[in-house]
Write a protein that binds this ligand. Structure first.
Ligand code: ATP
Length: 301
């Protein structure tokens, strides 16, 4: 239905790849097809803007296809308004699953997720998807010029100035200006690297001014360019008080992690450590082992 198409815009075109990667498609469509009676329950207009407070209380989750495997176990976490949080952990520790619960692609098997104090299942889905932006690892761009790719799906009228503002926030402005026709350059298959594509998608998300931004940092991006990728975005968001929003990043790089207010370390579906980069290094636990491993990996040979 039209409604469905509209609501998938926001989570962007990355939703489809996320669905494939988590095998969630059926459930997603069930959630999106919630009847309109499932409107936001409180005096909805009060919440034109979310503060961006996310609370997970004793959240556990199993995939229906593997009911014997607990993927998330008793997760308790508060992400505060305007906080930037990085989630780290080995492959399979449950990072993506946690994010897909926050995006309402799945519902917890038990426990509760609240947004600004409201159970997320009571929020209107369409409204929710407008307030929560998601950028996946391999966002899809279109055969249109750069400006149109950034403004794609935006429901309000945006100016070129708005587009460039978003691109600056996403650390994309400089590389865009270096393209043959700048913002008017047509996007084709070979034009942009993985990290650049992700920055375009971040600009697209920021132009919509979400209250909560969720990013899965691209692992495909080269290390050198990734320095300016999600890490830069976190910095920019922190510096510009007008753009304050809650940011959650599934982080794969040490440099990104350092820019976050708080780091959540996951192992086997549980949160094993929480703290700043320096606090976690002092603990000398899983985080510092991961950090050492990554530091070793980037030492030039
Ligand atoms: P990565 O860094 O590799 O993306 P991750 O920390 O994000 O890993 P998840 O993708 O959340 O971890 O996976 C957690 C566990 O859930 C793994 O054991 C994984 O095999 C399993 N899992 C993930 N998606 C599904 C699914 N759609 N159905 C069944 N099991 C799944």
């Amino acid at each position: 239905s039209e409604w469905l198409i509209y609501s998938t815009w926001w989570v962007g075109d990355n939703l489809s790849s996320l669905m494939q990667s988590v095998g969630a498609s059926e459930k997603v469509f069930q959630l999106m097809d919630l009847p309109s009676s499932n409107q936001f329950v409180s005096e909805g207009s009060q919440l034109q803007r979310l503060a961006g407070h996310i609370q997970l209380s004793d959240v556990s989750f199993r995939y229906a296809s593997r009911p014997t495997v607990p993927v998330l176990q008793h997760i308790n976490l508060d992400v505060y308004p305007h906080e930037s949080v990085a989630i780290v952990g080995l492959s399979g520790s449950g990072k993506s699953t946690l994010v897909s619960l926050l995006l309402r692609l799945y519902e917890p098997t038990s426990g509760q997720i609240k947004l600004d104090g409201y159970p997320i299942q009571d929020l209107d889905v369409k409204w929710f998807r407008e307030r929560v932006g998601y950028v996946g690892q391999e966002p899809r761009l279109f055969r249109m010029d750069i400006s149109s790719n950034i403004s794609y799906g935006c429901t309000r009228i945006v100016t070129q100035e708005d587009v460039e503002w978003a691109a600056k926030q996403a650390y994309a402005h400089d590389f865009i200006l270096a393209l043959p026709q700048g913002y008017q350059t047509l996007v084709d298959d070979d034009l942009l690297s993985g990290g650049q594509k992700q920055r375009i998608a971040i600009a697209r998300a920021l132009l919509r001014d979400p209250d909560i931004l969720i990013l899965d940092e691209a692992t495909s991006a080269l290390d050198a360019e990734s320095e300016h990728n999600v890490k830069g975005v976190l910095r920019a968001l922190r510096q510009d008080r007008k753009t304050k929003r809650t940011v959650i990043v599934i982080a794969h790089r040490l440099s990104t992690i350092q820019a976050a207010d708080r780091i959540i370390v996951m192992e086997n579906g549980t949160i094993v450590e929480v703290g700043s980069h320096s606090e976690l290094l002092r603990k000398d636990g899983l985080y510092s082992r991961l950090a050492r491993r990554q530091a070793d990996a980037v030492v030039p040979s």
